[in-house]
Design a protein around this ligand. Sequence first.
Ligand SMILES: [Zn+2]
Length: 236
Amino acid sequence: MNLTVIGKYGPYATPTGGACSCYLVEGTDYKFIMDLGAGTLGKLRAKVNIEDVDFIYITHLHYDHTSDLLTLRYLLEDKKKRLKIYAPLNETPWSKILFTHPLFDVTDTSTLNSIEVKTKGGATLKAELIPTIHPVFNLGIKISDGEKTLAYTGDTDYCDAVIKLLSGADLAVCDCSKPTGFKSAHCTESGALKLYAQTHTPIIASHQNEDYDPAAFFAANNPNIVSAIEGKTYHL
Ligand SMILES: [Zn+2]
């Protein structure tokens, strides 16, 4: 299983070309995307043909995780390609705008605690979905291809749910990059140290502020946690 960081910033794209949340996951017989925030579609297309993608998993409906779904429709229309999307829907005007399109084959995950996906290439992917603590409903995902298991928090504050999500995974992409002491609905770098201590799962710290990179903090405190690098592929 390979994970490529397409975009790692929030809550908006940066003046130097950094994009919001989006991750590409690939194995020999599957390809899928986790979140599709602002500025990510072009970077994603540089790595993968949208026709080859099995599905998109959306953790929650904040704009920095979803907004490029809007222009993705035009690409799907040009390609005449219908695409599977898993997302926690809610009856808001925004969710209707986001997901109402004939080329989006949407499954509402908001009442699910697991999904199983058969890919075009013949893989069976099994995922556990775990709600985290965030101002809007967010479902972290722990997904396995039968050999390796990847966890992705989406957005979250430090909480027991994230410990459950990371436990047993081979690698985790976490919202845990805010500076120590930073008050927000996101886990801090100090929280990341606690997550590793409780799970021993290697962590890629993502969802970063454009003005703060936690790389030096993790290098000094725990080399099993690394700051996400856009465009880099991590092998599980
Ligand atoms: Zn969010």
